[in-house]
Design a protein around this ligand. Structure first.
Ligand code: SAH
Length: 517
């Protein structure tokens, strides 16, 4: 392996995960270590695959959590260990991002690096508020200025020059010194009725804005309790917000959802919700771990092979199918071991996904219930299998309780054999962020697509109680599990991603106006 690693200094954009550049998105997957700031949104953090080393060097204007030199040293040290280091910064790394300072040490030590520009908040935050930073009818330039005073509180802004230039003025890091910035502009002769706006948490679901004038903005922003991060925009283009607002108008604009589902199968719903304007946090990362060795399975298979009556294998997930066949192979058995005698083994699958996985192993399912759920599967089996038959469910540990009662009632011998466990893992930092967002009510709803996602969620995100959570559930069983924790339940009509998206749209599509003007 290459001895020296490499550092990618990349912009993550202003917050909306879809504003990551293609390259930055790739690097989330490729990096070994990710060094990130406080401004990196939870939605973006939730895209980071498990197994990365995350270093939070969150520094916000005013209270630096970590001195710049220390960050520079971390980048150097990690690269020298041979790692691929992604330095993820809010917006663009070279727009008030200290990207240049971070490169100095790397360059002087000969550490290879690349810079990936990002979408700067200076342009994107106004854009999401419907404010074009330039417009031929209003202005021919825009100026990006830091509102953060130098040490000792002295501002270095040349207000005379700014007012004379007459372009749109965009102040970053200007919230704490907003009053003095606006005063400085007025003292330099700007018309006090010049339109001005403050835009908070731009591009994120909870973005807010106040549009006013240079003389009134400070008072109105205080009234609206505008906080950081926020951008101040001064210039006639601010008037266009009235006409061009769009972000909050999207069907799910202003809404934020937490999706609990294994990443691969979840992206369909995530993409749909994002398309409708919602912000989506994908949690948690689910990992399945095969129970191996599995003596219980070995014993059960021998029993099944020797069974003289009807015998059935029941699968409730594609993972179960794959795990089952690989375990059989490991035990030196093949499917013919279960097909000798009067009753060759029959196969049941809970739904089409599982049925398809069986096809992959050359098996056509003998039974797939009309309704995709454990209870229907149990009931249909109970009708199909003759009393004295043997039904063996090979599935996840902690599978649904509803599969077996109909079988027992019909006098069928049934065994529940766990093949794998579902583990919910995610980064500690993400758990903390999500817990606090749920607790504060910032997240509008949480989706659950199986009983195990509910179980995994409460394990991954421990809260004093879950009563404030609006749970959007895929079926009755999932709903029953969520109800156990006191969540507020809504259940989709059908067990499909489309039906979930429809329900979410019904619940949240009719939203109050979120922009205070
Ligand atoms: N490199 C960043 C700027 C870093 S300075 C960029 O190119 O965007 C941090 C300042 O950026 C904040 O104080 C705020 O003024 C602005 N900012 C960043 N993200 C923002 C957001 N989502 N909404 C509003 N302002 C934001």
């Amino acid at each position: 392996m290459n001895k020296t690693g490499k550092v990618w200094i990349a912009g993550a954009g202003p917050g909306d995960a879809r504003l990551l550049t293609v390259r930055a998105r790739q690097l989330l997957d490729e990096a070994d270590v990710i060094v990130y700031d406080a401004l990196i949104s939870t939605e973006i953090l939730s895209l980071i695959p498990l197994g990365k080393e995350l270093v939070h060097v969150g520094k916000r204007s005013g209270h630096h959590l970590m001195p710049q030199e220390e960050i520079n040293t971390i980048l150097l040290k990690e690269a020298q260990k041979g790692k691929r280091v992604l330095r993820l910064k809010g917006g663009d790394p070279f727009v008030f991002g200290r990207g240049g300072e971070e490169l100095e040490l790397l360059a002087s030590r000969g550490v290879p690096f690349e810079v990936i520009p990002g979408i700067t908040s200076a342009a994107a935050v106004p854009a999401y508020a419907g404010i074009p930073v330039t417009h031929r009818d209003y202005t021919s330039s825009f100026h990006v200025i830091t509102g953060h005073p130098r040490k000792g509180g002295v501002s270095r802004i040349d207000y005379q020059a700014l007012v004379k230039a007459g372009g749109t003025l965009i102040f970053l890091m200007g919230i704490t010194s907003m009053e003095s910035i606006l005063k400085g502009l007025m003292e330099a002769g700007i018309d006090k009725d010049t339109p001005a706006a403050v835009l908070e948490k731009g591009t994120l679901a909870k973005q807010r804005q106040v549009v006013s004038t240079v003389s009134c903005l400070f008072g109105e922003a205080a009234k609206a309790q505008i906080g950081t991060p926020a951008v101040i925009v001064v210039g006639d283009v601010c008037l266009l917000a009235e006409q061009f607002h769009w972000a909050g108008d999207r069907p799910l604009g202003g809404r934020e959802f937490l999706l609990t589902r294994p990443r691969q199968s979840m992206s369909g719903l995530a993409a749909k919700l994002r398309e409708l304007g919602a912000q989506v946090i994908e949690l948690p990362a689910v990992r399945t771990v095969t129970i191996d060795p599995n003596p219980v399975l070995g014993q059960a298979l021998r029993e099944l092979a020797g069974w003289s009556g009807e015998r059935w294998l029941v699968f409730t997930s594609p993972t179960g199918v794959c795990t089952f066949f690989s375990q059989m192979m490991k035990m030196g058995m093949d499917i013919r071991d279960l097909c000798a005698g009067l009753y060759p083994a029959k196969f049941a699958a809970i739904g089409t996904g599982t049925e398809k996985a069986l096809h992959g192993f050359g098996v056509f399912a003998d039974l797939v219930p009309d309704v995709y759920c454990a209870r229907s599967l149990g009931e249909e089996l109970a009708h199909t299998v003759a009393p004295g038959g043997y039904v063996m469910a090979v599935r996840a540990r902690e599978g649904s309780d509803e599969l077996f009662p109909p079988l027992w009632a019909a006098g069928i011998h049934a065994a529940d054999i766990p093949l794998y466990e579902t583990l919910y893992e995610t980064y500690g930092t993400l758990k903390e962020k999500i817990s606090s967002m749920l607790w504060s009510g910032e997240i509008d709803g949480v989706t659950f697509t199986s009983v195990s996602t509910v179980k995994g969620f409460v394990r991954a995100v421990p809260l004093p109680h879950y009563r404030g959570i609006r749970a959007i559930c895929i079926g009755e069983q999932t709903a029953a599990e969520a109800r156990k924790y006191g969540m507020q339940i809504q259940t989709s009509r059908e067990a499909s991603i489309d039906s979930m998206a429809e329900l979410i749209l019904e619940m949240f599509g009719d939203k109050p106006c979120k922009n205070s003007r």
